[in-house]
Design a binder for this molecule. Structure first.
Ligand code: ARG
Length: 565
């Protein structure tokens, strides 16, 4: 497609670096004043003229062509009008020929991105606090894939720690395999809570738990077997959710995978003189960087979360030779990531700069923040089930004769939940309310899905056969609603790239909402099914292109777009 900024830059005859010139050219905020604008203020000094004069002088020199049809000097700006009809035809042709590949690119060819996301904890329930990491990580996975990168999705399981000693004691005293298999993580959580209650009056439980933890570490058979059982029960639970959310991983190497991989990294840090001993603990002092020390080995010889993350980063670099390794983890862990990134940087590992903490905000439900400690966790499964049930009610009311209503309700409910974590800049805290995320007229996934389905039904109604040779009247594109919509469709490939470089899937969500709104405005103003076949076919092209981009954009966010709703 034509690069309008470059094209315009070539028309302006000034003594400025080409790249700088291109960067100064921006889309106009108001399309009554053209499509692109170039501010002349920067030139005032060199040219020794007022910006207003410069704009007038430059405008009089510019020779328009069939791409740029008009230029105007307004208040120190050069305003350019492009050939809008050609712009519309070009983008519609491009989307039509690329289909579901529209927005893809090969900028990532030969490069690898590791994405550490979701990273659940064994024996802990999958609650709404995991929604953002799962949704954002999975969207980034799909986005980078579309840009040609090799992507490695990593679930860095929380499968190491003294809590597993406690779990074993609790399970041996009060647990039952059949119940655990049937009830899943909920049962493991119940036992864990019971352990803490009993521990208050039976302090001997603490020692027993410590002994079992040592047994796990030493590879004791019974301890290992029980631990594997807990892992199996937990993963069975979360797999069901991952399947529904359409989320995938390439590696499940979690914390315990690095049990035997920490000595090398620790030796390396010691050799580089970074490790000091403080009250028996081995630390890296980070006072020079205004951070508390990074704790590597406790006085009892055990390792920590950071030790494992350091070993994991080194292992991943060796195994995958990543260009970037992203960690999609809540901002509560900011310090942890800053600390261990710094330690690797101080160890002179040049790739430490390629580690990125993609932080995000908290999700809470309207009826107050959720707390794990009090036990009143909001399970992600319950949230999804409720969203699906409510979707089914809405769909049934809107379209009682729809086939596979249950399947569509699943796609809509799941989409609404995922989108709620992808609609805002990721660092914002969000409050989840069912009414808001399921509002078919709001800025929501169901609104996008509904608009997509509406596009399909228009096409179906027209009975357009795919390979028919059809007359198209391009003058039907000469209206502002079509132009605005097509400009948005045109920006999609660049927005996909931006969402990857900024780690912000919400750029895609925002564009899709703009597209759906622009489409609905177009649809109000222009009857698609009409008597003039050539006009109808022109408008149908707009409808089909909109459907293609909405579907593709939703797919990049991990959300399905039902054909009918
Ligand atoms: N399991 C951790 C948690 O729930 C998240 C792990 C994130 N990944 C990492 N490499 N530290 O808090």
């Amino acid at each position: 497609m034509i690069d309008y900024k470059k094209h315009i830059a070539n028309l302006i005859n000034v003594d400025l670096d080409k790249d700088e010139l291109v960067n100064l050219i921006a889309p106009t905020a108001d399309d009554n004043f053209g499509d692109y604008a170039f501010p002349c203020f920067k030139l005032a000094k060199v040219m020794r003229m007022s910006p207003v004069m410069i704009a007038q002088k430059l405008a009089s020199e510019i020779v328009c062509d069939d791409v740029v049809t008009k230029v105007e000097a307004v208040n120190g700006y050069l305003n350019f009008f492009v050939n809008r009809n050609a712009m519309v035809q070009e983008v519609l042709g491009e989307i039509n020929s690329q289909g579901d590949k529209y927005g893809n690119s090969d900028i990532g060819a030969g490069k690898t991105i590791c994405i550490d996301y979701s990273s659940v904890n064994i024996c802990k329930s999958f609650h709404i606090g995991h929604l953002s990491t799962t949704a954002i990580g999975s969207a980034l996975y799909k986005i980078y894939n579309a840009l040609g990168y090799k992507v490695v999705g990593i679930n860095h399981l929380g499968d190491y720690g003294t809590q597993f000693g406690k779990m074993i004691v609790a399970f041996k005293l009060w647990g039952d395999r059949e119940v655990a298999e049937r009830e899943g993580v909920a049962e493991l959580q119940r036992l864990y809570v019971k352990f803490h209650q009993e521990e208050e009056t039976h302090p001997e439980l603490t020692d027993m738990a410590r002994e079992w933890f040592v047994k796990i570490e030493k590879g004791d058979e019974e301890a290992q077997e029980l631990f594997q059982f807990f892992k199996k029960v937990t993963l069975a639970d979360v797999m069901e959710i991952y399947d529904r959310l359409n989320v995938n991983f390439d590696s499940w190497n979690g914390e315990s995978f690095f049990n035997d991989k920490m000595d090398g990294p620790l030796d390396m840090l010691r050799e580089k003189g970074l490790v000091t001993v403080n009250q028996g603990a081995q630390i890296v002092d980070l006072a020079d960087y205004n951070m508390p020390p990074c704790l590597l080995v406790k006085s009892d010889g055990s390792s920590l979360y950071a030790t494992r993350d350091i070993a994991a980063a080194i292992w991943r670099k060796k195994e995958y030779d990543f260009d970037k390794c992203l960690y999609v983890v809540a901002y509560q862990q900011n310090l942890h990531f800053k600390q261990f990134f710094k330690v690797l940087e101080l160890a002179n590992l040049d790739w430490a700069k390629d580690l990125v903490h993609v932080a995000y905000g908290m999700v809470s439900l309207e009826d107050g923040a959720m707390s794990t400690r009090k036990g009143n966790v909001v399970l992600l499964r319950d949230v999804i089930n409720k969203a699906v049930a409510k979707s089914l009610d809405i769909i049934t009311a809107k379209n009682p004769n729809l086939d596979n209503r249950q399947k569509v309700a699943e796609q809509v409910g799941v989409g609404a939940v995922l989108f709620s974590a992808l609609e805002n800049s990721k660092i914002k805290d969000i409050t989840f309310t069912f009414d808001r995320v399921l509002n078919f007229d709001g800025e929501t996934a169901p609104y996008l899905q509904y608009t997509h389905a509406r596009c399909n039904s228009i096409v179906a109604k027209a009975g357009l056969s795919a390979n028919a040779k059809i007359a198209v009247d391009p003058s039907a594109f000469d209206n502002i609603e079509t132009v605005r919509l097509c400009k948005l469709l045109r920006s999609f490939p660049q927005i996909v790239k931006d969402s990857a470089t900024k780690y912000e899937p919400c750029l895609i969500s925002g564009l899709l909402i703009d597209i759906a709104q622009a489409f609905n405005r177009f649809y109000i103003e222009h009857r698609v099914i009409c008597d003039d076949v050539a006009v109808q076919n022109a408008r149908l092209q707009v409808v089909k292109a909109t459907a293609t981009v909405l579907k593709k954009g939703l797919a990049l966010l991990g959300i399905e777009a039902p054909e009918k709703m």
